[in-house]
Write a protein that binds this ligand. Sequence first.
Ligand SMILES: [Zn+2]
Ligand SMILES: [Zn+2]
Length: 272
Amino acid sequence: MGDAEAFTREFLPLFRPVPPTRPGVCRICHSGPNNARDTGGPHATCASCKRTTQHLYGHTKEVVPISLTTTNEQLYDVLIREKDPRGAGGRRERADFLAATVSHFYQQHARCLQERAGGPFTLVATIPSNNLHAPAKPLHLMWKVVEKVGALGRLWQPLLLEADTTYAPVLADRRSHRNAFQIPRPDRVDKARVLLVDDLFVSGAHVQSAASALIETGAAAVVALVIARLINPASADPYSAGIWKQAREQLFCFDRCCICDRHDHSRRTSNR
Ligand SMILES: [Zn+2]
Ligand SMILES: [Zn+2]
């Protein structure tokens, strides 16, 4: 990947900052949790993460979105509607744009991600498409993206296979399953620190099913890096609306992520 910093500069308005974990922000995916009925305060995790981390062998507590998005944003169109993005310098190819995004973010925040994994990553994995209505594409988008990012492409391996169509309806229903993905070469995963890279985090069904398979196969750590976390600003939950309002008011910059923001916050708090 060439100059990811210069490439992403024209596209900064497409990104929305992701808040650090705090009361009212899900500690796994950085979306908005619902109110706990018993205390009236916010849950520590959102309803999606609560649902998709249950009944698995294991799950990742570390989901790091680069940006937030809603279904009305250009970033969503790029990720889901397969549109090429339009920036200050005109239209660019979506795989190049996504690779520059991942590359620039990883340049800035590799340490943040590695810290959550307990050391440098030894493997990079992407999630095969598990879509009820479309056959799995052999050259999945995120594989193409990761391959263009030197630091990650070197560590990428075809670790995960979609088990079979049995679990497609489960995942489509935004539920996770420990058998949704198979790992044909378990020896590659044993004791590995895996960076799981995916495009859009909606409920965590795919990411957490994949994380469960990796952990069950012996991975020492799984950290998920996702390009965007989908948020519903019209949700009845007041936290999601608040998070989106704040994300629209603040400028996005690649120098900060939802992890190093948290560090800055704890430093500020401990200096008081
Ligand atoms: Zn969550
Ligand atoms: Zn960071």
